[in-house]
Design a protein around this ligand. Structure first.
Ligand SMILES: [Zn+2]
Length: 341
């Protein structure tokens, strides 16, 4: 059974159909005699008819049967299938075909694709590309030549690497040299959170921070060409200001960020937290499919270059206290208050 003090958390997860809790407990429904994953899409039972169990085995001992809709006993099979696919991807020279990965797992292509994306935050193809970029970036920062690093990382030809890196923003030469050959436009504007620095390449926002100026930017991108303002930039800046001042309104701001495959999966997950809600590091770790990587999630959060637009402020401690924030708790508190969280 689940401890009494955790039952509220379980029920909240059930009401939210939160997939991050699949595999952590099952929901038994006494009136129908079945048990479900927390995320089961069936209509919610009444709270008083629900009992929580640590797993399927305990629920069966209590006389319940697994739900045919959400197949609660398949969670570990799902996890094993995705982990096996990740091993295959890591060991492959080329990006493995999705059909082959799905067949190995014994799932249909569309089901496997959904499963994989849910657990890693990336499609199998995107995961494979990100993994290669990550390896190449590691080799580049270790001082290897660009071409050597590219072949080392498993690309068949340099042009393929340039194609793949396009998707994330900076070209690999800039990567190796602190932004060499890249023009970064920037401005500092006054907001309800104090002076806000916004900087962008021609692909999107690469830095959003508070109480920083041109010197901080130069230290972060030492070889880039920095230019204050600019025509195309002011439209983007206006959109960024709207996104910061009215977080509950829809907005589209392109980002130019790069990180390891894991960091990018965490950042993607942060962007899925709706305004007005918060998550713990443990929630994020579970959502990216690495429930034990709570500390690594914290570091990925800290490595976020684009505050607010990648809403790392929506991560709080599991006890509900605020936790830390790169620009001070006062700003974090104001952000959350404006979002109604
Ligand atoms: Zn179910």
């Amino acid at each position: 059974m689940i401890a009494d003090h955790d039952e509220d958390l379980c029920w909240t997860a059930v009401l939210a159909r939160d997939r991050a809790f699949d595999g952590r407990f099952v929901t038994g429904v006494l009136t129908t005699g079945i048990y479900c994953r927390p995320s089961c899409s069936a209509r919610h039972p009444r709270r008083e008819n629900v009992r929580f169990f640590a797993g399927g085995a305990e629920a069966r001992v209590a006389g319940l049967r697994p739900c045919k809709r959400c197949l609660p006993d398949d969670v570990s099979r799902d996890e094993k299938a995705v982990l096996a696919a990740i091993e295959t991807i890591k060991a492959s020279e080329e990006v493995p075909a999705l059909a082959g990965l799905a067949a190995d797992a014994g799932y249909s292509v569309s089901h496997f694709q959904r499963l994989f994306s849910r657990m890693t935050g990336l499609s199998p193809a995107a995961y494979s590309r990100a993994l290669r970029l990550e390896r190449a970036a590691e080799a580049l920062s270790a001082g290897d030549s660009v071409t050597g690093a590219i072949y080392e990382a498993g690309y068949s030809a340099p042009s393929r690497f340039y194609e793949a890196s396009e998707r994330l923003g900076m070209a690999p030469s800039a990567w190796a040299n602190g932004g060499k050959g890249v023009t970064i436009r920037w401005a500092v504007v006054e907001t309800y959170l104090g002076p806000m620095l916004v900087a962008a390449t021609d692909k999107g926002v690469c830095r959003l921070s508070f109480n920083e100026g041109a010197d901080d930017l130069a230290a972060r991108f030492p070889a880039a060409e920095l230019a204050e303002g600019g025509e195309g930039f002011s439209a983007l800046l206006g959109e960024v200001i709207r996104a910061v001042e009215a977080p509950d309104q829809p907005h589209v701001v392109p980002l130019d960020v790069r990180g390891t495959a894991f960091q990018e999966a965490v950042w993607r997950e942060l962007r899925r937290i709706p305004a007005g809600e918060t998550r713990s590091y443990a929630d994020i770790a579970a959502a990216v499919g690495s429930p034990k990587a709570v500390r690594a999630c914290g570091s990925a959060n800290g490595a976020n270059n684009v505050a607010v637009l990648i809403p790392c402020h929506r991560v709080v401690r599991s006890d509900g206290s605020l936790g830390g924030y790169a620009y001070g708790l006062d700003i974090k508190r104001k952000l959350l208050a404006r979002e109604g969280g």
